[in-house]
Design a protein around this ligand. Structure first.
Ligand code: PLP
Length: 392
């Protein structure tokens, strides 16, 4: 079958190979510990599930407006007012099938062939592919480890050309867990305003911050609000990855174009999941905080153990639920020429699955998710220590 060029050019997800290998080993009866999870290990809070069930019994099982129910948009608007002190109109919001779909629709609505989008590295795996699918060109700017994987305003300025349409800011970050400060965002924002570069601010990990405060670049001034499109959703905050609700907030014309596109592709996001999301936002946020506290506890315990493994160095994350250690030295100490090969051997010999950083544009690192129980995390760290001792 001759497939379209656009799919032939897609890079397969870097996590696929190791996940497939881990599944294969599990099926053979091996006790594999997977640290690749990109989702909370908690179930969706009961009151959200109950609201979904009630909505179905009440007959809310039909099409809704493409861009989302008015009541859900109002709940999202209230969330932005409370959390970021930003006021949006319903016409400035679109609800999509997850934040990933909001980003996909955004790039489809925004980019023409050859338009450039600046993507700081390390990046979330889908950004470059989504930009390419829309005909755009990813332009990578390195967030150096020495600078906590953050890009500087000067680096951003140097990467801007006449073709630059947007820059993606993902704070807290997947995969590094870094969080930009207000001052850093202000400086980045100034460069974007000067050059009229749209800021795509992916804030999906907003509520998962530790010893840090999440600030949205859009809340820093009315000009920055105009210059920014915020991407967010309930997948990570409310343990709702399977419900597929995310949204975008920003310029009315752009949101209108995205809604038009969605009307010819997905139509509305699942009605029942929209009702569940209304409950998620209108209820007290105690469950969100309880999950955050649990992630924070795990982070401190696991981080202290991880940095004591020979050849590991790691920036202490301030957000999300990932650790992103540099293990180049560990690979070298054990005779591997690449971190990818080291990670493969760790899975084969110690049955610990981690995601190689090559897929995130950082080939010296690996990503470990602590969205799994402390018992398993401690067991996995023990196996990594064992692996190093055995090989050195
Ligand atoms: N943005 C980032 C940085 C993510 O890590 C993810 C999920 O892993 C998403 C967006 C997509 O989230 P959703 O489940 O809402 O599509």
């Amino acid at each position: 079958m001759k497939l379209a060029k656009r799919v032939s050019a897609l890079t397969p997800s870097s996590t696929l190979e190791i996940t497939a290998k881990a599944q294969e080993l599990k099926a053979q009866g091996f006790d594999v510990i997977g640290l690749g999870a990109g989702e909370p290990d908690f179930n969706t809070p009961d009151y959200i599930i109950e609201a979904a069930y009630k909505s179905m019994l009440e007959g809310h099982t039909k099409y809704t407006p493409t861009g989302g129910l008015a009541t859900l948009k109002n709940a999202i608007i209230a969330k932005f007012k409370t959390d970021q002190q930003i006021t949006y109109a319903p016409s400035e919001i679109i609800v999509c099938n997850g934040a990933k779909h909001a980003l996909y629709t955004l790039f489809q609505a925004l980019l023409d062939e050859g338009d450039e989008v600046i993507i700081p590295t390390p990046y979330w795996v889908s950004y470059p592919e989504q930009v390419k699918l829309a005909g755009g060109e990813p332009v990578y700017v390195c967030g150096f480890e020495e600078n906590n994987f953050k890009i500087t305003p000067k680096q951003l300025q140097n990467a801007i050309t006449a073709k630059t349409k947007a820059v993606i800011i993902n704070s807290p970050s997947n995969p590094t867990g870094m969080v930009y400060t207000e001052d850093e965002l202000r400086a980045i924002g100034e460069v974007c305003l000067q050059h009229n570069v749209l800021i795509v601010s992916d804030e999906i990990y907003e509520h998962l911050v530790y010893d840090a405060t999440h600030v949205s670049i859009a809340q820093l001034s009315p000009e920055l609000k105009e210059q920014t499109i915020i991407i967010n959703g309930v997948s990570k905050s409310h343990a709702m990855t399977g419900w597929r609700i995310g949204y975008a907030a920003g310029n009315k014309q752009l949101i209108g174009a995205m809604t038009n596109l969605a009307s010819h592709s997905t139509s509305n996001p699942t009605s029942v999941a929209q009702y569940a999301t209304i409950a998620a936002y209108e209820h007290s946020q105690d469950a969100v905080e309880q999950m955050r506290v649990e992630f924070e506890k795990r982070l401190h315990i696991v981080y202290d153990k991880l940095i004591n493994i020979p050849g590991f160095s790691c920036i202490k994350p301030q957000g999300a639920f990932y650790l992103f250690p540099n293990v180049k030295e560990a690979a070298k100490l054990t005779g591997f020429s690449s971190v990818d090969d080291w990670a493969k051997a760790l899975l084969e010999e110690e049955k610990v699955a981690v995601v190689p950083g090559s897929g995130f544009g950082a080939p010296d690192c690996i990503r470990l998710s602590y969205a799994t129980s402390l018992t398993l995390l401690e067991k996995a760290i023990g196996r990594m220590q064992n692996f190093m001792q055995k090989k050195m």
